[in-house]
Design a protein around this ligand. Structure first.
Ligand code: IPE
Ligand code: IPE
Ligand code: MG
Length: 257
């Protein structure tokens, strides 16, 4: 593999090549909306509203960089513990995003997938999520994975139940339960594991995000709050990823290492 430092590449005729090693799947914990809003003297929900603009920008930039899968952690199974008005606002924001952006995403050849538990989201939102997935099912560009009402432990519990049901029905032998059988029953079935997980706002934790899938992901933390995560911040994370030495428990494959 030929590696060219991003800065050197960008210097060629002012072209914008981006980093030399582009991750296939980037997953982002979009954190810091509330703190961003507070710092501006605004209510927390204004941070969420502004966060949607960052989502649009991030999807565009991911497409530009040739990323194949982009997962955005939008609402966790633990976020129900927030004040009711904030929860209602976040559910409404997802509805609005799909209503306003689905046609554009579709025309940009983006395939939408939604992961997380559907129960408790209400009929209207569930129908919109189904519509987003169905409309874009055969698109071949970026796959945008929206993690909504998502919690990794909840996802693993549901997968365990599905496995137990298959065993009870005589469709699966206990000895056939392997990593692939578990992965196939997670919400992320057929989505490759994230190569890079980015979290904004300076917190350095996973908060129940993709615990199974992120086993060997590279983690990048940025102090910037989500509403201010721009293309330059995204590129910084991609550059950091490109400089990492992934070993997967083996030995370095880098020349001379
Ligand atoms: C991330 O921003 C959005 C969601 C979790 C829905 P926060 O709302 O967590 O913002 P902070 O972390 O309180 O600043
Ligand atoms: C994680 O952020 C969830 C999302 C970004 C949707 P939180 O703000 O909920 O995480 P904690 O509570 O700081 O761990
Ligand atoms: Mg937060």
């Amino acid at each position: 593999m030929t590696r060219m430092p991003g800065a050197a590449a960008a210097a060629i005729a002012g072209a914008d090549f981006g980093p030399a090693v582009v991750p296939c799947h980037v997953a982002i914990i979009m954190d810091g909306n509330g703190r961003w809003a507070n710092a501006q003297g605004l209510p927390r929900i204004e941070g969420h509203r502004q966060g949607v603009e960052t989502v649009r920008r991030t999807v565009r930039h991911a497409r530009k960089r040739g990323i194949r899968f982009l997962t955005l952690f939008s609402f966790s199974s633990e976020n129900w513990s927030r004040p009711k008005e904030e929860v209602t606002f976040l559910l409404g924001l997802l509805k609005m995003f799909i209503r306003r952006d689905l046609a554009e995403l579709d025309s940009a050849n983006v395939r939408v997938r939604v992961v997380g538990e559907r129960e408790g989201l209400g009929e209207e939102l569930c129908a919109l999520l189904d519509e987003a997935e169905a409309t874009t099912r055969s698109n071949t560009g970026l796959t945008l994975v929206i993690a909504f009402n998502y919690g990794a432990r909840n996802e693993i519990v549901r997968a365990a139940r599905a496995l137990a049901a298959a065993v009870a029905a005589g469709e699966l032998a206990i000895g056939d339960i392997d990593e692939a059988a578990i992965a196939a029953r997670l919400d992320t079935a057929e989505i490759p594991d994230p190569d890079l997980v980015i979290r904004t706002s300076g917190e350095m934790r996973l908060s129940n995000f993709l615990l199974w899938q992120a086993a060997y992901s590279e983690l990048v933390f940025d102090a910037v709050h989500w509403p201010e995560f721009d293309d330059a911040a995204f590129d910084r994370a991609l550059e950091e990823f490109a400089a990492r030495d992934r070993r997967f428990g083996g030995l370095s494959v880098r020349a001379g290492a």
